[in-house]
Design a binder for this molecule. Structure first.
Ligand SMILES: Cc1ncc(COP(=O)(O)O)c(C=O)c1O
Length: 364
C-alpha cells in the first residue's frame, strides 16, 4: 500500500513496549500534552502524573527553562559527531556531573538509555581489567530481582525472570546475589530494613565458587526500583563495597532511577556514604525531556586506559548520539533548575531521617 493510502492514526503498526498490545488497542490510553504534574488527554482531561513519567520527569513536565534550552540548541547546533569531535557544552555538563558525583568518579561516558549505560559500564569493566593485564576477569555478578534494562548485558545481570526467559543464554558466566527482599523478616520496616546486611556476604560464597580472578564486576541498584522500591538493608551496601574492594572486583551502582534528586542527592551513593567504581545514570539527567544516559567512572579506571600511544583510540565504544547537543542542553538546563529550586534538598526534607539531616549540613 502506498504511504498516502494509510489511514491516519492507524493503531496497528505500532508495537508498544512492555504493554499488552491487543488490550491496549481495544482501549488506547493516550496523552497529548503535559504540564508540571499533569498529563493532558486528547479530549482535554488532566491526569496526575504520580510516577514522574517513568521515574524521569523529576521537576515536572515541559518546564520553561528546559524547553527554551532545547529549542535554542536545535536552532544552533543540531548535531555534532561524538567520535573525534566535541562541543563546548558537552565539557561543561561533564564537569558539572563530575562535581556532583561522589569521590573521584569524575569522568563520564555518554549513551542514550539506561540499558545502553549498563552495557557501557559492563564493557568498561572488562576493558579496565584487560588494560591492567587482568583479562581473565570476565564474569559479572548481578542480583535476583535486579533490573538493569533490556540489552543483552542488562538482562544477563538482571534478575527479573520474565525479562530473561525468552532470550537464551545471554552473557556467559554471570552469577547472581540473592535478593535483599524478604517479606517474613522485613515486614513493617520503614526505610532501610534492619535485617539483611549479611546477604552481601553471599559474594564471598561466589568468590569461593568462581575465584576472584574470574570476576570483573558486581552490579546492583543501591535502592531497587523495578520490582518494588526496596531500600537496602542497613549496612548491606557498605559490606558489598568492602568485599568487592578486598577482591579487586569493581562495584557498579545502577542509579538510572535513583540519581538526580529522587532520594535527595545527586546520586544516592552519597546518602549511603559509599563510593562505587562506576555509576550508571539516565532519566532525571534531562528531566526526561531528551534521551540521555551515561556512566560516571572513577579516575583510576579512566587513567588505566591512558597509558598507550597518544594517537590511538583508548576505548572502542560509543554511540552516534552520545552527548547529543539537544540532550546536553536539556541536561545543563535541568541541573540549573534542580539547583535554583532546591529540589534535591526538598526531597531530602520530605523524606526525613538522620542521614538526611547530616547531608543537608554537608551541602551547605
Ligand atoms: C535501574 C535501572 N537500570 C536500567 C534501566 C533501563 O533504562 P532504559 O529503559 O532507559 O533503557 C532502568 C529503567 O527503568 C532502571 O530502573
Amino acid at each position: 500500500m502506498a504511504p498516502l493510502d494509510m489511514k491516519p492514526n492507524e493503531l496497528e503498526s505500532y508495537w508498544l513496549p512492555f504493554t499488552p498490545n491487543r488490550a491496549f488497542k481495544q482501549r488506547p490510553r493516550l496523552f497529548a500534552g503535559a504540564k508540571d504534574m499533569h498529563f493532558l488527554t486528547p479530549d482535554g482531561r488532566k491526569v496526575i502524573d504520580g510516577s514522574s513519567g517513568l521515574f524521569c520527569v523529576n521537576a515536572g513536565h515541559t518546564r520553561d527553562p528546559i524547553v527554551k534550552a532545547i529549542q535554542e540548541a536545535a536552532a544552533t547546533l543540531d548535531f555534532a559527531p561524538p567520535f573525534q569531535y566535541g562541543h563546548p557544552q558537552l565539557f561543561k555538563l561533564s564537569s558539572q556531573l563530575a562535581l556532583m558525583a561522589p569521590g573521584d568518579l569524575d569522568h563520564v561516558l555518554y549513551a542514550n538509555s539506561g540499558s545502553e549505560a549498563v552495557d557501557t559500564a559492563l564493557k568498561v569493566a572488562l576493558a579496565y581489567h584487560r588494560s591492567r593485564g587482568d583479562g581473565s576477569r570476565t564474569r559479572f555478578i548481578g542480583r535476583e530481582r535486579g533490573y538493569h534494562g533490556v540489552g543483552f548485558g542488562g538482562i544477563s545481570v538482571g534478575g527479573m525472570v520474565a525479562n530473561r526467559k525468552m532470550f537464551g543464554n545471554m552473557l556467559a558466566g554471570v552469577d547472581h546475589l540473592p535478593t535483599t527482599y524478604n517479606r517474613a523478616e522485613q515486614a513493617f520496616s520503614s526505610g532501610e530494613p534492619e535485617w539483611g546486611a549479611h546477604l552481601a556476604d553471599d559474594l564471598e560464597r561466589l568468590v569461593g565458587l568462581h575465584d576472584a580472578s574470574t570476576i570483573a564486576a558486581v552490579i546492583v541498584e543501591p535502592v531497587a526500583g523495578s520490582t518494588g522500591c526496596l531500600p537496602p538493608p542497613k549496612g548491606y551496601l557498605k559490606r558489598l563495597r568492602e568485599i568487592t574492594e578486598k577482591h579487586g572486583i569493581l562495584l557498579i551502582f545502577d542509579e538510572v532511577i535513583t540519581g538526580f534528586g529522587r532520594l535527595g542527592h545527586g546520586f544516592v551513593s552519597e546518602r549511603y556514604g559509599i563510593v562505587p567504581d562506576m555509576i550508571t545514570f539516565a532519566k532525571g539527567v534531562t528531566n526526561g525531556a531528551v534521551p540521555m544516559s551515561g556512566v560516571m567512572v572513577r579516575s583510576g579506571i579512566y587513567d588505566a586506559h591512558m597509558d598507550g600511544p597518544q594517537h590511538v583510540i583508548e576505548l572502542f565504544h560509543g554511540y552516534t548520539y552520545s552527548g547529543h547537543p539537544l540532550a546536553v542542553a536539556a541536561g545543563l538546563a535541568t541541573l540549573e533548575l534542580y539547583k535554583n529550586e532546591g529540589l534535591f534538598e526538598r526531597a531530602l526534607a520530605i523524606s526525613g531521617g538522620a542521614t538526611i539531616r547530616v547531608s543537608i549540613v554537608t551541602r551547605q
